[in-house]
Design a protein around this ligand. Structure first.
Ligand code: ZN
Length: 493
């Protein structure tokens, strides 16, 4: 898209990609809503693209589809809000805009700590304002199963309750429980759809499944009764890949997941799955023999592929975390979400035609304190990784910011940690690299804060966004002291 004349003072986040400025102003009082139009036109190809004109006496919006129409309105809302703070003065402009990436996501972890439905709606409202279009919902983990499944009732009866929360050196005694009913989940799906946000549910497997194993011990290798995990970390007990009971349960769960969530993409996890139990399990080893697999890593690839095929038969697609690439045998059509990838397998995957979503933990995980991940570090990250070549760049679907909630128990802290860093990822997702400007982004955020507040989001104080070196050191050390235990470093037995 042609970059006509970027003026550095339109208060819009994410920043529009093309702005023609007419060097003149009008006033909100002069705008006649009856003369204003908002139409969808075939001339604009991308359904997310739009053109917004501020004329002397009217606003004119043309868009490529319903989503583009919605995004034009979000830009206009911000322009009008800014004008109100300037006595109604609003510049005459023509904005021609479309996103840099088709996938612009945010992930919330409801497994470690639940987020109330009304609070999720606040996050969705803020995301909509920033033109994010995916809410990735991490609904199950070792520490809790949060999605009602009728065919396996113990998943919530047993799996949604844990005895205490002992995350790192953070200790809270007492029972912690909760789950979302199907009605609540559907309510969120509809709420998001009205704001052009699709909800991608995640059922993380074969690791991070202790809550499910505690509910149905027959799906693990040992069959031992476990308790829903109250500690943080990576645990050796995972789903048994060799027992039919596992596939029965997972298919049943996914069947119900697909009934609740219309999203074409379903996230099936695949991260942090230690192979200790599989090495000692006769069912898993028998499967390795039967299918002539080389090792347990390949068994994980085989497992993820079987689940993907089930989704595929039902017209859906699978997303997996990048560890699932370790096997080297993922089915075609699986999307990979990169979060920690020292071997750069995600880049190779993109270069050879695979679709990837970029969520580097060092830049996009907002559960880390600002001292570890300052706003500007999040903002400046380029999702087209150095190892990705020209063709591979087309396979980067987009970006996703995440928030993991082991150390986030209330919405106040969640708002503080996620905003404004979610906004930084939103701008990277929408605004072309050449149009991004970190300093101007920080300035524009100041004008966005009241709008976030009106949506129930208390963002971090601007003084906390980019701490100085001393504070960075203190916050980083403090974070490790709070979270790292011996078991987390050396592994649970
Ligand atoms: Zn097994």
């Amino acid at each position: 898209m042609e970059n006509l004349n970027i003026v550095p003072y339109l208060d819009i986040v994410p920043y529009p990609n093309s702005i023609r400025f007419f060097d003149s102003y009008t006033n909100l009082r002069a705008i006649d809503r009856r003369k204003s139009t908002n139409i969808i036109s075939d001339e604009i190809v991308n359904p997310e693209a739009y053109r917004l004109q501020v004329k002397k006496d009217r606003f004119l919006i043309t868009s490529g589809g319903e989503a583009g129409k919605f995004y034009a309105q979000q830009s206009l809302l911000q322009l009008v809000d800014s004008a109100k703070r300037n006595g109604g003065r609003i510049p005459l402009v023509e904005i021609v805009d479309e996103p840099a990436f088709e996938y612009r996501g945010f992930m919330i972890d409801s497994a470690r700590h639940m987020i109330k439905v009304e609070d999720i709606k606040k996050l969705v409202d803020a995301a909509a304002l920033l033109k994010l279009n995916v809410m990735h919902w991490h609904l199950t983990d070792d520490q809790g199963w949060r999605i009602e499944i009728e065919s396996y009732p113990n998943l919530v009866r047993v799996g949604s309750v844990r005895n205490g929360s002992h995350f790192g050196h953070d200790h809270v005694d007492g029972e912690y429980s909760g789950y979302y009913t199907k009605a609540q989940l559907s309510e969120i799906v509809e709420y998001c759809a009205a704001r052009h946000i699709r909800v991608i549910p995640e059922i993380d497997m074969p690791g991070h499944m202790i809550a499910a194993i505690a509910s149905y011990p027959e799906v693990s290798c040992t069959g031992k009764q476990l308790e829903v995990e109250s500690r943080q970390g990576i645990f050796p007990d995972i789903l048994c890949a060799g027992k039919p009971e596992t596939y029965q349960m997972i298919k049943s769960v996914l069947q119900e997941v697909m009934e609740i969530f219309p999203s074409q993409d379903i996230h099936i996890g695949g991260d942090e799955a230690p192979k200790k139990r599989w090495k000692e399990c006769r069912h898993c080893q028998a499967l390795i023999q039967r299918y002539r697999l080389n090792d347990e890593e390949e068994l994980q690839g085989w497992f993820m592929n079987r689940i993907e095929e089930f989704l595929h038969e039902n017209g859906r697609r699978a997303i997996v975390w990048n560890e699932a690439l370790n096997s080297g045998l993922l089915n075609e059509g699986i999307t990979v979400q990169m979060w920690m990838d020292r071997k750069k397998l995600s880049a190779d995957f993109a270069n050879t035609g695979g679709k990837v979503i970029i969520s580097p933990f060092f830049h996009y995980y907002t559960d880390y304190p600002y001292g570890m991940t300052p706003l500007n570090k999040t903002y400046k990250f380029d999702p087209i990784l150095r190892q990705i070549n020209h063709d591979g760049a087309d396979n980067v679907l987009g970006v996703e910011a995440t928030v993991w909630t082991e150390h986030i128990r209330d919405f106040e802290k969640l708002s503080y940690m996620t905003y404004p860093r979610f906004a930084a990822v939103a701008e990277t997702g929408w605004t072309f690299k050449a149009n991004k400007d970190c300093e101007d982004f920080n300035r524009r955020l100041l004008t966005l804060l009241p709008m976030l507040k009106a949506r129930g989001i208390e963002a971090a104080d601007p003084r906390d966004w980019n701490p100085n070196l001393w504070r960075r050191l203190c916050e980083t050390l403090g974070f490790y002291r709070k979270t790292l235990t011996k078991d987390m470093i050396f592994g649970y037995k």
